[in-house]
Design a protein around this ligand. Structure first.
Ligand SMILES: [Zn+2]
Length: 480
């Protein structure tokens, strides 16, 4: 039995209000959340996955607290420009020209890699992964409402959002329109009414992915309108939570709020959460330094993808994480220590004399674990609580009930953090009674000094991923 902790104690940091606030879902018992997903022009790197792992942490924490979650993550497959100020090429267009392939082919290949990576990272699948190119109609409809309500204007076949029509513009990022305009490079686009206005729809006959709409023959959407249209389609005008990386705060999320609230007149999102960048070798990842790593790069160095997941979880999501190979090694060792701890507890509790019910003792470790998570998802403190428990076990062992409670807490932590490989735990394993029988047969063989047979059984169990530990109280076993 898992012990649930009331979600009412959960406090989360809201980028919009710049303070911690209690989490109160709009509809009791349910959470609706949207996450800005990848732009599928090249395989996401490990830095991108920090934000997606955070989305999964939210999902798992809510689910472990008994809430029903509706989760949406978009795939941006058009309209994400290289520059922030409506400038530069579309990332997908540019990649397609560079590779001399169809952009739709790139979308298909990269999306497939992305979903494989999510699976390897044990990220629970969102309920919807809408693609921008499948929602052109919804975007056009929102732009038409914005035009009607005076939030947008047309210049030829282009449509822009008028930031002066939305007084709250800048509230999320702390930017002031006047400062933005003073700093804007005016020469970028002369046809905007104000330099801080942003494109909702762009016309370009040379663009590879383009649509014929009421705005003209060859148009494509701005990146920001994609997320307003898709989030509102799947989650409604107003929902609980929206996340992204810290680079999404401005302009992307600022523009999303202006568009969505411009359309509906309602509060778009109650809680905005953002993860800090992942640093690599103390700085920003860069192609020239050769440190834009994918999950494959980690595996090629002998690590498991879950070691990276653990490395990310060791830091609070609003704190810096510096990725180095040494840090990954440290994370791998720490994860293995927890895994071995769980294995020992399982082994201890396997004997018939050791059967014990867990969940009745709310030990200090369990409280520390939940208190940490409730404090703005402080994963590093939650993990520290598990390691303290492990230290206590190493120093003085545990009685059966205590061990059962510790194991229960580790299983809860695994449920929320996805620490251990679920595949190896579930698939193709020998059932427990069969292992018990083999262990007993091996003990018998050893008593008969039939070491050939006892070694044979040890090898057979090792091949099935079973580790034996011979000790003064007999032989304990656990799954590797
Ligand atoms: Zn987005």
């Amino acid at each position: 039995m898992l012990q649930f902790s009331p979600v009412s104690q959960l406090r989360l940091y809201n980028t919009l209000t710049r303070r911690l606030q209690p989490f109160v879902p709009q509809e009791p018992g349910k959470v609706k959340m949207y996450h800005c997903g990848p732009t599928v022009y090249q395989r996401p790197h490990i830095g991108n996955y920090r934000a997606f792992l955070f989305a999964d942490l939210l999902r798992r924490t809510f689910e472990a607290s008994g809430l029903e979650v509706l989760q949406v993550m978009n795939l941006t497959d058009v309209g994400h420009l290289v520059g922030d100020a409506d400038e530069g090429e579309d990332k997908l267009d540019a990649q397609a020209r560079k590779e001399k392939v169809d952009p739709w082919q790139i979308v298909a290949t990269v999306s497939e890699q992305f979903f494989q990576d999510l699976e390897a990272l044990q990220i629970r699948p969102a309920h919807h992964y809408p693609k921008a190119t499948d929602h052109i109609e919804e975007m056009v409809a929102q732009i038409e409402v914005l035009l009607e309500k005076g939030h947008a204007y047309r210049v030829g076949d282009n449509v822009y959002f008028d930031v002066h029509s939305f007084p709250d513009y800048g509230r999320l990022s702390g930017n002031k329109v006047a400062d933005l305009e003073a700093g804007a490079r005016v020469e970028v686009n002369q046809e905007k009414r104000h330099p801080a206005d942003f494109a909702l729809w762009k016309s370009d006959p040379r663009h590879l992915m383009k649509w014929k709409t009421v705005f003209g023959e060859h148009g494509f959407p701005g990146w920001h309108i994609e997320c307003s249209a898709m989030s509102m389609k799947y989650l409604g005008d107003s929902f609980d939570l929206h996340t992204g990386g810290e680079d999404n705060v401005f302009p992307h999320h600022e523009c999303e709020i202006a568009q969505a609230e411009g359309v509906s007149g309602k509060t778009f999102v109650n809680l905005w959460m953002h993860t800090k960048f992942l640093q690599v070798d103390g700085g920003k990842m860069s192609k020239s330094l050769g440190n834009v790593y994918s999950l494959d790069d980690l595996e090629q160095r002998g690590f498991e993808v879950l070691d990276f997941r653990f490395l990310v979880l060791r830091a609070h999501y609003r704190a810096s994480v510096n990725f180095t190979w040494k840090a990954l090694q440290g994370a791998a060792e720490a994860r293995k220590n927890l895994h071995d701890f769980r294995g020992r507890l399982q082994a201890q509790l396997r004997g018939p004399a050791m059967q014990a019910e867990a969940g009745e003792h709310s030990g200090p470790a369990r409280k520390a674990f939940w208190d940490a998570l409730h404090d703005d998802l402080n994963t590093s403190a939650a993990l520290a609580a598990l390691f303290e428990l492990r230290n206590a076990y190493t120093q003085k062992g545990m009685e059966a009930t205590e061990a059962a409670d510790a194991l229960d807490l580790l299983n809860l932590a695994d449920d929320i953090f996805g620490l251990f490989d679920q595949e190896s735990a579930d698939s193709g394993d020998l059932p427990d009674p069969e292992i018990d029988a083999l262990v007993e047969e091996r003990n018998q063989a050893r008593r008969n000094r039939d070491f050939a047979r006892s070694d044979q059984i040890r090898d057979q169990l090792a091949a099935a991923g079973i580790v034996l530990e011979d000790g003064p109280e007999g032989t304990l076993w656990h799954r590797a």
